[in-house]
Design a protein around this ligand. Structure first.
Ligand code: ADP
Ligand code: MG
Length: 728
């Protein structure tokens, strides 16, 4: 009898563990006071800054005006005083390097005063610019070694905040990260650039509608985060979860998600306690968390905020992931943000709700109540349709990663084919506009922009078509192909730039027509049908899972990049380079660097997975199977010597031995594939990983999982799917 292994220890201890669940004093905490208490918010700024300084800062934040450097010193002093009153000893410029994570280096406020004492200092210069030693962040070739340093630049549109730890607090200043030659080394810079680009073009359209008072249009994002929570002890007993974020082995459990008893079900108490603390901590940081619920898969959950400008939403989303991970630990849980932690049940996404909103408070994707407002809504809506069709490739690549490949392109929603769900009513309107334009008929029934009132469009309750990668949901679009571990900056940057291009095109056409003497309505009535005709192939309201849709999409000529490697090639295509350069979102060099980094990232991810698989296969699964084989062999021998018929037991030994032998061979092939020196650049290397290493991994897993179903349960070292998903 083998002594108990880590897995058995884990189960025993989970069954008996007591957790301290009431860590937050909700009865006495006034949530309205808690919200934003650690944020250098507008309210704090107003209270602490001299009036002219406050006004100048607000102009930058709200209207995107350049910041007057003289203002910075005054802001820095106020920020430091506020932070120190809250116990902060250090400040950090936080940035979002292309690793997809966040990075920070802490500096103390204290400096020696030259007389043996110390003074607290924080200047405008330190607020505005930092120089982290950032030579080990990926730059994809942008930064030669002689200019290894990049610098961080304060982003005043995202407020500074304080992060507490058990022994102190740090003032965190959101920043952009650039090379000395001005190239973006991060994800925030392109996002800010893309927001500017969209604002400029949207304003041109609004001018045509007579809305001259609008000075700035911001894009908005509301990301719904899906994640798994499993017991930490199982997590630590699974090297694949620790190192890869997903299980590389694991046979199908007797119960999966087939009962559909989990979605919106009662949240387990330990999980609920954890969620509550997550929300409490996020509230302090000013993250407007709104909803929580059970998701479809067992042990899967979701947290969603109220939407904010894309920039703020991005920063808050990064915080949400961090707080989720940190807080889970305190409850003996591990938070899994990977797109596919478990095979055979749903993966996790991050639905990215997106819209555009004016500084006068108007949501540009909200159908209005008057014909005039409806016409405007339709112009913006059609601009999005055109953008998504024209640049579907780029949108696809913005959600490409090794992890997300297990969702997109696998048999799961949403598919890798980008299409738009509009719902029946809006589709009908769009079809009518198309016809109306074609025949320029004014006869009954046809919808005329600027003259007819839209039928009331139903607000999509979120579940009407969960299979679509890009859905109109009443007053916003929901991009559902984003992976759960993603920084949403990338997908939003792409959305913004492609819609900016579309708005530019439409504004140019309409301006021309109006200048030529047409009324705006006539110009719109002429232009929209043309655009719809050209781009309506992107609209699909049916079930995106089906084989028929895949065939139909191919017929329509919609791109289908089944995996990351297929998709990546798009980044440096001529039309993409031109698009990004025209709207000053990425330079050509920045795009090349991103291709390089994404390809490299793919290679590294697959490499780590393959190495982890070899380790687990050779040192955990193989030994367990060998021990069991010896046990069975001994039994077969014993029965044989006793002279009884042991054909059935011999059959077990045979099956086990055959599977074991095949498993060993698969491991050897995987070893050879992954330790083969690949030729060429990162992109070529990525292709090799996809074509040679991944198939070897798939084969190895199949046999490993077969062994799990053969080997005695008490010898099996790895927590099983059943245990990880259902023992809580
Ligand atoms: P559902 O998608 O289930 O219908 P909601 O419509 O309430 O749920 O919203 C889902 C997410 O979309 C939330 O994060 C919400 O804040 C966000 N959202 C709502 N309106 C907008 C908008 N104009 N721009 C961006 N996100 C939005
Ligand atoms: Mg939704």
């Amino acid at each position: 009898m083998a002594s108990s292994n880590m897995r058995q220890e884990a189960i025993k201890s989970i069954a008996t563990a007591k957790y301290q669940l009431n860590r937050v004093d909700f009865r006495n905490a006034r949530m309205t006071n808690v919200f934003g208490m650690n944020v250098f918010s507008e309210e704090v700024q107003r209270a602490r800054l001299p009036k002219p300084v406050f006004k100048a800062l607000q102009r930058t934040i709200k209207h995107g005006e350049a910041l007057d450097p003289n203002v910075a010193d005054a802001v820095a002093v106020a920020m430091k005083d506020w932070a120190m009153e809250k116990g902060a000893t250090h400040f950090t410029h936080q940035f979002q390097p292309m690793t997809g994570l966040t990075a920070e280096k802490h500096d103390s406020f204290l400096s020696p005063d030259g007389q043996g004492g110390a003074i607290a200092e924080f200047s405008g210069k330190e607020l505005i610019k930092g120089e982290p030693d950032a030579s080990s962040f990926p730059s994809g070739g942008i930064r030669a070694t002689f200019e290894a340093r990049g610098y961080t630049a304060w982003d005043p549109t995202s407020p500074a905040y304080i992060v507490e730890n058990p022994n102190g607090a740090t003032l965190v200043i959101p920043t952009a990260f650039l090379s000395w030659t001005g190239e973006a080394l991060d994800k925030k810079t392109p996002l800010l650039r893309s927001m500017d680009a969209l604002s400029q073009q949207a304003i041109r359209i609004l001018k045509l509608f007579g809305k001259n008072e609008v000075k700035h249009v911001a894009t908005t994002a509301g990301p719904e985060q899906e994640y798994f929570l499993i017991d930490k002890q199982f997590y630590y007993a699974r090297p694949d979860l620790v190192h890869c974020g997903r299980t590389l082995f694991g046979a199908k459990p007797p119960k999966g998600q087939e009962l559909e008893d989990q979605y919106f079900g009662t949240i387990p108490e330990r999980v609920l306690a954890c969620m509550s603390e997550v929300e409490y901590e996020l509230s302090k940081l000013g993250v407007p968390v709104k909803t929580r619920h059970n998701e479809v898969a067992p042990s899967q959950y979701e947290i969603a905020p109220i939407f904010e400008t894309s920039n703020l939403a991005t920063d808050h989303q990064m915080l949400t992931m961090e707080v989720l991970r940190k807080t889970a630990e305190k409850y003996g849980l591990a938070c899994l943000l990977h797109e596919k932690p478990f095979a055979g049940i749903n993966g996790s996404g991050k639905h990215n709700n997106w819209s555009m909103s004016t500084d006068t408070g108007e949501n540009l994707l909200n159908p209005g109540d008057t014909p005039h407002d409806n016409a405007q809504f339709l112009v913006f809506c059609v601009a999005v349709i055109r953008a998504v069709d024209k640049w579907a490739d780029l949108l696809r690549v913005s959600v490409a990663s090794a992890g997300n490949d297990h969702r997109l392109g696998a048999n799961e929603a949403p598919p890798a084919i980008i299409s738009i769900f509009l719902g029946d009513q809006l589709t009908d309107v769009i079809e009518q506009i198309e016809k109306g334009g074609a025949k320029s008929s004014k006869s009954g029934g046809l919808f005329e922009t600027g003259i007819s009132v839209l039928p009331k469009l139903p607000r999509d309750a979120g579940d009407r078509n969960r299979t679509s990668p890009f859905a109109f949901t009443g007053n916003k679009f929901e991009f559902r192909a984003v992976g759960s571990s993603f920084n949403i900056a990338g997908p939003n940057t792409v959305l913004n730039v492609i819609v900016a291009e579309s708005l530019d095109y439409i504004a140019t056409e309409l301006e021309k027509a109006v200048k030529g003497g047409k009324t705006l309505n006539a110009a719109i009535q002429e232009l929209l049908p043309k655009i719809i005709k050209e781009h309506k192939r992107i609209i699909f309201n049916g079930d995106n899972y089906t084989e028929e849709w895949h065939k139909e999409a191919e017929k329509r000529g919609l791109p289908n990049h089944r995996n990351t490697v297929d998709a990546l090639g798009v980044i440096t295509r001529k039309d993409i380079i031109d698009l990004c350069a025209k709207y000053k979102v990425y330079t050509e060099r920045e795009l090349h660097s991103r291709l390089h980094i994404l390809a490299e990232n793919y290679v590294k991810t697959i490499n780590i997975e393959a190495q982890t698989m070899l380790m687990m296969g050779n040192r955990m699964i193989l030994p367990a199977a060998l021990r069991y084989q010896a046990e069975v062999a001994a039994a077969v021998n014993a029965t044989k010597s006793a002279g009884v018929d042991n054909a059935a037991q011999a059959a077990i030994l045979k099956e086990l031995t055959v599977t074991l032998t095949e498993f060993q061979a698969a491991l050897a092939r995987l070893d050879k594939a992954v330790n083969h020196h690949a030729e060429g650049d990162a992109y070529q290397h990525a292709r090799y990983m996809r074509d040679s290493v991944i198939p070897a991994m798939v084969e190895t897993r199949k046999l490993g999982d077969a062994l799990e179903c053969l080997v005695a349960d008490d010898l099996w070292p790895l927590p099983t799917y059943r245990e990880m998903l259902f023992i809580k």
